[in-house]
Design a protein around this ligand. Structure first.
Ligand SMILES: O=C(O)C1=C[C@@H](OP(=O)(O)O)[C@@H](O)[C@H](O)C1
Ligand SMILES: C=C(OP(=O)(O)O)C(=O)O
Length: 429
């Protein structure tokens, strides 16, 4: 079959005000918690894209009623008790879905389910959730002894554990906290470095048991809880592409409104500021537990920096777009602490290095670091490696000079309409 591609002409100054689609992490979690609640609740402005539509599909197969209401979802919960699915549950490309739903299914006593996904998801490490869930009493098996999907799970009585995360992962933390809602006793997760805290904020929103003391997060067995409407903020990870596009195309000024500014997600802003970016942002409201506001970005000559390794977990999905900014900066940018990027939808360290080279940028790739020699890119062809963030980041990297993006449809995993929105700003008034 012929591969698709999209040719983007050099983009004039980006100008305008934009809202990006709903936050992917909050949409996954909002759907799951509403499916476990009693009664009906609405999820306002959720993300409707490949990954989160997989979540809606899986939850329907587990008995939840999920209907579209214009841009929103109306969810009828099952009250902590999900139904046994009739068929295999296809998690598509979504790591967050597979890991979090495993935590929920582990505690559904007697319910049997099989989880699978696309070839990318079947390669990704699942032992990181399966092992601690087994320590709680979960009955899970799968390929390579449960390290990879397909995974089979039969819900069993669970008991709380204390667990220190060996890798910084909000997905592992969340899977254990969700399992903790079904476990006897206390479940405690300790995270050596902070990761996104949407699950904790949503537990509070729904009145679920939660205690946070420093870097220890505790929950315990939940009683049935009522559904409650939830507003999903714009996804900062999607906004990041437009912010960097504005920073690298001369004459640009872009404002992204209604975007989530949870500090566990916005590490990229700190790095871009250190690179000399003209950025301004403000939290205007805290909607249902998540800070929401605007970010303004103006074209700025950027300079290379050495990125603080501690910031990486707070910008784990923004490293590809940071690499695009680094390619346009003067001097060298060093990005450390990238081992987790090797196990995302693609090996993102490799994918970044490949695409930078394809655009004529000098780059050195270490086991868990990248060194990027900036100075601008030349016209070339970029390859998404079946990875939405790579497709969008390298479309932006090539924007000032024009670029061919192969298989641009990968963007639809987290941002349907990305290219329409991007081109809408190019040369806008
Ligand atoms: O919890 C989440 O919603 C996510 C956590 C991160 O993954 P890890 O937990 O593997 O770091 C991130 O990369 C992913 O896009 C979404
Ligand atoms: C890593 C990502 O998602 P997931 O792990 O849910 O596939 C991402 O969206 O960049």
């Amino acid at each position: 079959m012929d591969r698709t591609h999209l040719d983007l002409a050099p983009c004039g100054p980006l100008r305008g005000v934009l809202r990006v689609p709903g936050d992917k992490s909050v949409t996954h979690r909002g759907l799951m918690l509403l499916a476990l609640a009693e009664g009906e609740g609405r999820l306002f402005y959720p993300l409707k894209a490949g990954d989160t539509l997989s979540t809606a599909w899986v939850l329907r197969a587990l008995g939840a009623g999920i209907e579209e209401e214009g841009p929103h979802f109306r969810v009828r919960g099952q009250g902590l008790r999900l139904k046994e699915p009739e068929d295999v549950l296809d998690c598509g490309n979504a790591g967050t879905l597979m890991r979090l739903i495993l935590g929920i299914l582990a505690g559904q006593e007697g319910v049997f389910a099989v989880l699978t996904g696309d070839s990318s998801l079947r390669r990704r490490p699942m032992g990181r959730v399966v092992e601690p869930l087994r320590a709680m009493g979960a009955q899970v098996d799968g390929r390579e002894g449960g390290k990879r999907a397909p995974l089979g799970v039969r819900g069993a009585p669970l008991r709380g554990i204390r667990y220190t995360l060996p890798v910084p992962s909000a997905q592992v933390k969340s899977a254990l906290l969700l399992a903790g809602l079904f476990a006897e006793g206390v479940t405690e997760v300790e995270e050596p470095v902070p990761t996104r805290d949407h699950t904790e904020r949503l537990f509070r929103h729904f009145g679920l048991p939660l205690r946070v003391e420093g870097n220890r997060i505790r929950t315990e067995k939940a009683s049935p809880f009522p559904a409650k409407d939830l507003l999903v903020p714009g996804d900062f990870s999607s906004a990041a592409f437009f912010l960097v596009a504005a920073l690298i195309v001369p004459g640009s000024e872009v404002v992204v409104e209604g975007v989530g500014l949870n500090p566990t997600r916005t590490g990229l802003l700190q790095v871009l500021l250190a690179m000399g970016a003209d950025l301004e942002w403000r939290v205007l409201e805290g909607e249902d537990g998540e800070p929401v506001g605007y970010v303004r970005a103006r074209y700025s000559p950027l300079k290379g920096v050495s990125v603080d390794p501690g910031l990486i977990p707070l910008m784990v999905d923004e490293v590809p777009i940071l690499a695009a900014a680094a390619a346009w900066a003067e001097g060298e940018t060093f990005i450390p602490n990238l081992s987790e990027l090797r196990v995302k939808e693609s090996d993102r360290v490799r994918a970044i290095a490949h695409n930078l080279r394809a655009l004529g940028v000098e780059v050195e790739e270490g086991p868990d670091w990248l060194r990027i020699r900036g100075g601008g890119v030349r016209r070339g062809e970029v390859e998404p490696f079946h990875d939405h963030r790579i497709a969008m980041a390298f479309a932006v990297a090539g924007l000032p000079v024009g670029v061919r993006v192969h298989e641009p449809e990968w963007a639809e995993i987290s941002y349907p309409g990305f290219f329409r929105d991007l081109l809408g700003l190019c040369g806008g008034s």
